[in-house]
Design a protein around this ligand. Structure first.
Ligand SMILES: [Fe+2]
Ligand SMILES: [Fe+2]
Length: 211
């Protein structure tokens, strides 16, 4: 019985991973948050914005994997449900990043499966440490994501209002996710863990921008 339940969970997780890693498989619940589509960018601008949106897209792939991992090992059913709910909200971001990449004539990073797997393991490990630490992980992640999004907003070409609108809405949502984790009792992560997370995100942004 325990084996069949375990296999059930493995199948559900494989299905989720496949869905997240297949462009177009996840549908946004909210509308694409863009007033007007951007005109065609010049080649340098386009290449830079594609790199930035690949980073944001991979960040959303990682968010899905982290939440799935955390939900799997959460100590209480309530926290597990909260993690699943958060992953569903993040699906909008994943779909919007895919749409922006598509409109730029680009594809997501080929490294996404690697980052999905790594993030899933990190999420599961955070869940095993306990719900307060797991929520602390969410709060810190969202804080770092907001800083990233701010840095992207600062370097976008002026003509690219479409990307600006997408990132601005994501920035609002991510700040809310961080606040929600804080309200639910997130613990403050130790300095070395925060530093490790920043280092991992540097590895991700450097490699995904290029591949
Ligand atoms: Fe997100
Ligand atoms: Fe978020």
């Amino acid at each position: 019985m325990a084996v069949s339940r375990f296999l059930d969970k493995v199948c559900v997780q494989m299905d989720r991973a496949l869905k997240v890693l297949t462009p177009g498989a996840v549908q946004a619940r909210r509308e694409y948050p863009v007033a007007t589509l951007s005109p065609e960018l010049n080649p340098q601008e386009r290449q830079h914005v594609v790199g930035l949106m690949k980073i944001n897209h991979t960040g959303e792939v990682c968010a899905q994997a982290l939440y799935e991992g955390q939900a799997l090992t959460a100590k209480t059913a309530g926290t597990s449900a909260a993690m699943i709910h958060a992953a569903q909200e993040e699906e909008d971001h994943l779909a919007w990043c895919e749409t922006r990449l598509e409109n730029l004539g680009a594809k997501p990073s080929v490294l996404n499966p690697v980052f999905y797997a790594g993030s899933f393991v990190m999420g599961a490990a955070a869940g095993i440490c306990g719900d307060r630490w797991s929520l602390g992980f969410v709060e810190e992640t969202e804080k770092q994501v907001c800083a990233h999004l701010d840095s992207h907003l600062a370097v976008l070409p002026d003509v690219d209002a479409e990307t600006r609108d997408v990132i601005t809405q994501m920035r609002i949502d991510e700040a809310e996710h961080g606040d929600a984790a804080h309200q639910l009792g997130a613990a403050e992560l130790p300095g070395p863990v925060r530093f490790g997370m920043k280092y991992m995100s540097k590895v991700m942004t450097w490699s995904v921008y290029r591949f």
